[in-house]
Design a binder for this molecule. Structure first.
Ligand code: NAD
Length: 338
């Protein structure tokens, strides 16, 4: 299977870890034609715009992009990169897998895929202050918006993903006991969509606070989680923490017409240019991209090589307790492909 995809190397450690990922994909026999495009500070330097139209056009054409971390320029007049990408491509599903691989952590049996609604809820941006007497900011309100359309597509995405990945259960995480309208609609729609998958994927419901407690006491009981924007933002960092932190965590941003895959961590300016960055998160993001494009078998093979290299703890980068360079770790993963 051959694919066309946009590659955004990004800033800081981005070029090193995306190069390592492309080398691994080549060695694994992935047939991907990359269209290299700029974003972030690299694009500001070249074009004065952190997210140039040529980059957006490339993603529009290829519908798939792999992205290194980007430095968002500080100061007025610059478009927010993530907002521009999310709006342009209506990237409604944020998908974060968290799996125990590193030895020696508190839990060794976490394998959760968290699906976060990425466009609605409290992050829709309807906020204002309320003036009382002479106080302009006597009160403030932020409005959470849940639509049937938005809830249907995120629940359907989560259940379809569960089927595609051979998962057994989807947990609907909500706070409908208190927020009866917005969270109530989200939960009701989830129950309706679940019926379409009856017999294929089991469904359960959890109130978000109970879910948080269980995630840190018996995380192995969770499989796929689907939830609203704010809860997903918080719980996805929690699940990353369960498996060793953001450095190993990939994230996918999925829309109807495009999907963008990335590491969750930033540009790591403290180690940029030193050749010691851990490329695992971008490598796992590339595996999510292969899954999404229908090449799950190759994604599993690459994941297997990454996991066995990390478990062996012989040739790993220093952030996970080793001394290997980015290049040496990548060589070890390639050797583990078999
Ligand atoms: P960071 O994730 O870049 O770094 C935090 C710490 O983790 C640093 O000590 C860093 O060395 C380490 N680290 C991160 N990734 C690593 C890797 N792959 N291997 C080894 N160590 C790694 O977070 P920060 O310092 O808060 O942010 C730096 C810049 O990144 C900022 O400009 C921020 O805006 C940007 N950022 C971008 C994204 C993105 O593009 N998705 C996400 C977060 C932050």
């Amino acid at each position: 299977m051959s694919l066309n995809a946009t590659l955004i190397p990004g800033d800081g450690i981005g070029p090193d870890i995306t190069d390592a990922t492309v080398r691994l994909l080549d060695a694994a026999g992935a047939k991907i034609t990359w269209d290299r495009q700029l974003a972030g500070m690299a694009a500001v330097t070249a074009h004065g715009d952190p997210i140039p139209d040529a980059t957006l056009e490339s993603i529009k054409k290829n519908k798939l992009a792999l992205k290194g971390p980007l430095e968002t320029p500080v100061g007025k007049g610059f478009r927010s990169i993530n907002v521009a990408l999310r709006k342009t491509f209506d990237l409604y599903a944020n998908v974060r897998p968290a799996k125990s691989v590193l030895p020696g952590l508190r839990f060794n049996d976490v394998d959760i895929v968290l699906v976060r609604e990425n466009t609605e809820g409290l992050y829709i941006g309807i906020e204002n202050y309320i003036k009382i007497g002479g106080d302009e900011r006597a009160a403030a309100q932020s409005i959470a918006v849940v639509t049937r359309f938005g809830a249907e597509r995120i629940h359907r995405y989560a259940f379809e993903l569960a089927v595609r990945l051979g998962r057994k259960k989807v947990t609907l995480v909500h706070k409908a006991n208190i927020l009866k309208y917005s969270q109530g609609l989200f939960l009701d729609v989830g129950r309706e969509i679940a019926k379409e998958f009856d017999g294929r994927v089991a469904v359960e419901e959890r109130i978000v606070d109970a879910c948080a407690m269980e995630l840190v006491s018996k995380p192995e009981r969770y499989d796929v989680i689907v939830t609203t924007n704010l809860f997903g933002d918080i719980l996805s960092d929690l699940t990353s923490g369960l498996v060793g932190g953001l450095g190993l965590t990939p994230g996918a941003n999925i829309g109807k017409d495009a999907a963008i895959f990335e590491a969750v961590h930033g540009t790591a300016p403290d180690i940029a240019g030193k050749g010691v960055a851990n490329p695992t998160a971008v490598m796992l993001a590339a595996c999510q991209m292969l899954d999404h494009a229908g090449n799950g078998a190759l994604a599993s093979r690459i994941r297997g090589a990454i996991e066995s290299t990390l478990r062996a703890q012989k040739t790993v980068t220093r952030d996970v307790g080793g001394t290997a360079t980015t290049a040496a770790y990548t060589d070890a993963v390639i050797a583990a492909l078999g």
